[in-house]
Every structure is written in C-alpha cells, then in structure tokens.
Design a protein around this ligand. Structure first.
Ligand code: NAD
Length: 436
C-alpha cells in the first residue's frame, strides 16, 4: 500500500517506519525541515530502542521517505495517517491547530479517493471536524473517508508495541473503509475491533484515564501506608494477584507524567464539561497526581532542613525509562523546586541529558550515577532506569557526604539499602533510619 504519515514525532515516525518495514511504500511528511533532513540521513532524532536500525534499513531499501511536501505525499498515497501533536491549552482543552493544518494540507493534496486515518489523540467529535475541514478546503469534488485509529504505543517500547499491540481499534464510518484498514493491519495478526468513529475516539481517552486512575489510586493507598506503617509494594502485589485488578500500573511513586496521561485526562474533563457531564472522578485523578511532588519534596525538606547550598544528586530526568522525552517529566518539577530553594543540583540520565540541557541549562550534569552521588547530601531517584536498580549501594553510600537516598520509584528492596548502611526514604514504605 502507498501510505503517507503526517507528523514525524514519536508516533508518526514509529508508525511510518514499521509500516515500511512491513513492505509498504511510506512517505513521512513534516513541517519541520531540519527534522526531515536528519531523518533522511538516517538519524532517528529521538531515542527509541530499535528505531535507528529499522529506519536506516528501510531508507536503504527505498521504501521509506521523508519530505516537507505534505500535499505531494498525500497525492502519492491511498491511506493518509494524521500523527501530529495535540497539546493541551492552558484550560485543559485540546489544541487542535496541528490537526486542522494537517487537514488543510490533505484537502489541498486530495486528487483521488483517500482514506484519512486519525492516529493523533483527539477529543470525541474530531473525526467530524477533520471531515468538515477537508470538505471546506478541497480543490476538487473528490470523495474520502475519515477513520479514527487511536494509538496505544508506549515510548521506550514503541516499536514492539506497534508490531504487537494488545488491540487495534478501527473507528470507521462504513464497512468498505474498515476493510481497507483491516487489510493494512492484517500482517500483524492482532485482535482488531471495528467501531464507529466517536467510540474509537472515546476508547483512547477512557483507556488513558483508567490507567492514570490506577496510578493515582495506588498513590493514595501509598500515602495511607506511609502513615500506617504498611508497605505499599506488598499491598500492590497482594491486589495484583486478583485477576480482576492486575498488577500493571500499580507502582506507587511520584505520579504520572509524560506527553499523554496529563493532557489526556485534562482533555476528558474538558469534554465532559462541554457535554454537561460530571468529570468528578477525573478531576480527583488530576488532583492526587498534582500533590505527589509536593509531598515527596516536603519529606526531603523535613529531613534536611534548609536546602540552600546542599548538594543534591538527581538520578533520572526522562519522564520514564527508555526514552529521552522530558514532556511533563517529574524531574523538571523536582529540579525547579530544588532550584527555588537554592540547592546545588547534580544530575544524571542515561539518554535524556541533551534534551534536559535545553530546558534546565543551569544545573550540573555528570556522566554516571556514582558521580552524581559524589559529596551529595542526598540522592534522589526520579526515573526508574534499569541501570539504577543494580548499583553498588555501598559504593554510593561511600561516595556521598551522608548516605541518604530518597527513592521516588521504590526501586530498591529494604534489605539491600539497609545492608549498604543507607538511610532510605521511599514511597508508601517504612523509612529506614541509620542506627547510631
Ligand atoms: P510529537 O510532538 O512528538 O510530534 C508531532 C510532529 O508533528 C512534530 O514532528 C511536528 O513537527 C509535526 N507537525 C505539527 N504540525 C504539523 C503539520 N501541520 N503537518 C505536518 N507535521 C506537523 O507528538 P507525538 O508524541 O508523536 O504524538 C502525536 C499524537 O499521538 C498526539 O496526539 C499524542 O497524544 C498521540 N500519542 C502519543 C503517544 C506517545 O507516546 N508519544 C502515544 C499514543 C498517542
């Protein structure tokens, strides 16, 4: 199939690369000329495991192309994916300007029947909006269909998630167009659900809000555990064995961040209000999440007193492991908080430091976790990268001015930190104090 993917971010680039790897002819189009030039040279621009090799292979095989000429890319394709950003406005409403401008470009390029597939996460009703924009701006009376095909990939495992999604949702206005998408996805041999367009759009928000709810839920349980002397990791494990609950997304921590959950829950609240429906449960999810950092940082301040001049090591900057994405990363919140209190900040992340330097230029970056611990009054674990899990904790303790670790992701077992002589404060678990 000839496919055009509009927007070469985390979703568009991975989608386009995987579709070309499956044997399709793919043109990925983006308005960012610098990005397009880098992609054409085989540089994936973002960090995503497995992407670079797959990108270079398909470029070399000439099945994958990158272009700034969106109209031409549309003309050359039968299926057009919209994968542009849908960031939040300050009131939580979804900013659809990128989707709108993609729809205008599609309208200009429309020269024969096309299937327009919206992969961007968009509020219910956006399928109709895209259809209207294309109708209003098309230059010829050419027919087209608009399909909703929400994306569920996770940064850090995006290639695998695209090749082996739990399900493929196809929100289609008629059977004919649903069949075209079924054919495109058939090689993946994954469960597919065909719905109407509005339901497909809702499935994405309902799924993300539900996962965000699990996170906020376990975080509130963690707070109670902290006060009651219980251990939330045991509680979560005990809950997770119940098949109706499941263990995933029950890791207590600093709350959810990243480019999707925060904006998607806010967007759902906005949509509910516009439809005069009650968003109470979603508002609670957000409120609980927003309090996470204050609570964690409050414990640091309580333990250390004034932070002015104190050296604080920060491990992990990306919003989650295996990505260089810092959108809504908890590390930014933590570092801004520490900066306000004039702490000296020394940070390390395996892949996100280049991006972090653009946002946080005035802190010190080092080349490894032991260096971040060197002479530190406290060490903060913000992102649960695997390489932090098996650190030599005795070496960390020896490097620090005082062996004090605040773990926002509960990556260590109590016995290990105890053995290393570290005072350890984690989330929803009893703190371990050093004995005199
Ligand atoms: P992104 O910000 O990384 O990428 C968006 C890309 O679109 C950028 O390269 C930008 O230059 C390009 N763009 C903007 N306007 C354009 C236009 N008019 N024409 C062509 N290109 C244009 O975004 P992302 O993280 O890839 O997310 C894309 C969508 O997918 C969003 O709606 C997001 O909510 C959703 N989504 C993201 C993820 C994720 O993990 N990142 C997962 C599932 C769904």
């Amino acid at each position: 199939m000839n496919i055009c993917v509009i927007g070469t971010g985390y979703v568009g680039l991975v989608t386009g690369t995987v579709f070309s790897d499956l044997g399709n002819e793919v043109i990925c189009a983006d308005i960012d000329a610098r990005k397009v030039a880098r992609l054409n040279s085989g540089d994936p621009v973002i960090y995503e495991p497995g992407l670079e090799e797959m990108l270079q292979r398909n470029l070399a095989d000439k099945r994958l192309h990158f272009s700034t000429n969106i109209e031409e890319a549309v003309r050359k394709s039968t299926v057009v994916f919209i994968c542009v950003g849908t960031p939040p406005k300050s009131n939580g409403e979804t900013d659809l300007s990128q989707v709108e401008s993609a729809a205008h470009a599609i309208a200009r390029g429309l020269d024969s029947y096309k299937v327009i597939v919206n992969k961007s996460t968009v509020p219910v009703g956006t399928g109709d909006f895209v259809r209207r924009k294309i109708m209003e701006n098309r230059r010829r009376e050419v027919d087209f269909d608009v399909v909703s095909n929400p994306e569920f990939l996770r940064e850090g495992s995006a290639i695998n998630d695209t090749l082996e999604p739990d399900r493929i949702i196809i929100g289609a206005p008629n059977n004919h167009v649903a069949m075209a998408l079924l054919e495109l996805y058939a090689p993946l041999e994954r469960p597919m659900l065909i719905t109407d367009v509005a339901s497909a759009e809702m499935i994405k928000y309902a799924s993300n809000a539900f996962l965000a709810m699990k996170i906020s839920f376990i975080n509130q349980i963690a707070d109670i555990c902290e006060s009651a002397g219980a251990d939330v990791s045991q509680v979560a494990k005990g809950m997770g064995y119940d098949k109706r609950i499941g263990i995933s997304f029950l890791q207590a921590g600093l709350g959810y961040g990243g480019s999707c959950f925060p904006k998607d829950v806010l967007s759902l609240i906005d949509v509910a209000k516009r439809l005069n429906e009650d968003p109470e449960i979603f508002e609670s999810i957000v409120r609980v999440n927003q309090n996470r950092m204050n609570r964690f940082m409050g414990r640091i301040e309580k333990r250390l007193g004034t932070l002015e001049g104190k050296r604080i090591g920060v491990l992990g900057l990306a919003f989650k492991p295996n990505t260089d994405d810092l959108r809504e990363a908890k590390a930014i919140e933590a570092i801004e908080w520490l900066k306000e209190r004039r702490a000296e900040i020394v940070a390390y992340d395996p892949v996100a430091m280049d991006n972090a330097k653009q946002i946080l230029p005035d802190i010190t970056y080092v080349n490894g976790p032991y260096e971040a611990a060197e002479g530190a009054d406290a060490l903060l674990i913000i992102t649960e990268w695997n390489e932090f899990k098996l650190l030599d904790l005795s070496k960390i303790a020896a490097a620090m001015k005082q062996p004090l670790v605040f773990d926002g992701r509960n990556i260590y077992q109590m016995e290990r930190v105890n053995k290393a002589g570290i005072e350890y404060i984690s989330i929803g678990r009893p703190a371990t104090m050093l004995c005199d």
